[in-house]
Design a protein around this ligand. Structure first.
Ligand SMILES: C[S@@+](CC[C@H](N)C(=O)[O-])C[C@H]1O[C@@H](n2cnc3c(N)ncnc32)[C@H](O)[C@@H]1O
Length: 206
């Protein structure tokens, strides 16, 4: 798929579907928050949610008192929805509409979170770009948390092909610049009562 077709796909999703009409919806992102809590980050940590869409992870960060938060998504519609939901609290969030593979970070991050965005990169060149951008953008000793469909999960997400990962294949992508901390598998129950097996891994920048 061409870049503009991908963007159009996501703009359309966020223009036509309610949050509970998409398979990835979570009222509370408990696994992502559990990873965050492992690392005791100071409240002024720079935290980015990559491909965050209108996920409630940002709300959970704000509730905990984090205030240097970045939300990046390819879809301007998704970002608008997140802004609207957050209201006044949106002032603590820097919103970035960008394809992750074109992202030119202006700051370095202490915590990089991505649930179900990285797995849409299916060609080598884009995967390589993502990994290089993350390597460059994360502080030494900073953390990277990635959630993707596992090899027991679906082969598509939002109707698009995805790349499934195992602990080994994900580590192989990141272990040049990062130290793996831990990986878990998790069954996500969609709003349609189906199950999707996810792999979440955490890494620390060397
Ligand atoms: C399956 S949704 C997951 C959303 C959110 N992370 C969550 O857990 O609810 C995938 C998200 O990644 C975004 N996305 C897809 N490809 C992207 C890309 N190349 N660059 C940036 N964002 C992208 C989509 O717009 C969408 O918000």
């Amino acid at each position: 798929m061409e870049k503009n077709e991908i963007k159009q796909h996501w703009e359309n999703v966020f223009a036509t579907k309610q949050e509970t009409e998409v398979s990835w919806f979570q009222q509370y992102p408990k696994t992502s928050v559990a990873f965050l809590e492992l690392f005791n980050l100071p409240l002024d940590a720079n935290i980015i949610d990559v491909g965050g869409g209108d996920s409630h992870f940002i709300d959970a960060l704000l509730e905990k008192g984090y205030h240097n938060i970045y939300l990046l998504d390819i879809s301007a519609n998704a970002i608008e929805r997140a802004k609207k939901r957050l209201g006044e609290k949106a002032k603590h969030v820097t919103f970035i509409v960008s394809d992750i593979t074109d992202f030119k970070p202006q700051v370095k991050f202490d915590f990089w979170h991505d649930r179900a965005a990285f797995h849409f990169l299916t060609d080598e060149e884009k995967i390589y770009k993502y990994v290089s951008i993350a390597e460059e953008a994360i502080h030494k000793n900073g953390y990277l948390i990635l959630g993707t469909f596992s090899d027991e999960g679906p082969k598509k997400c939002s109707g698009l092909e995805i790349k499934q990962y195992t602990e080994t294949s994900m580590s192989a992508r990141f272990e040049i610049a990062f130290e793996r901390i831990k990986c878990i598998r998790e069954d996500h129950t969609t709003p349609f009562n189906t199950t999707q097996n996810f792999l979440f891994c955490s890494f620390q920048k060397k």
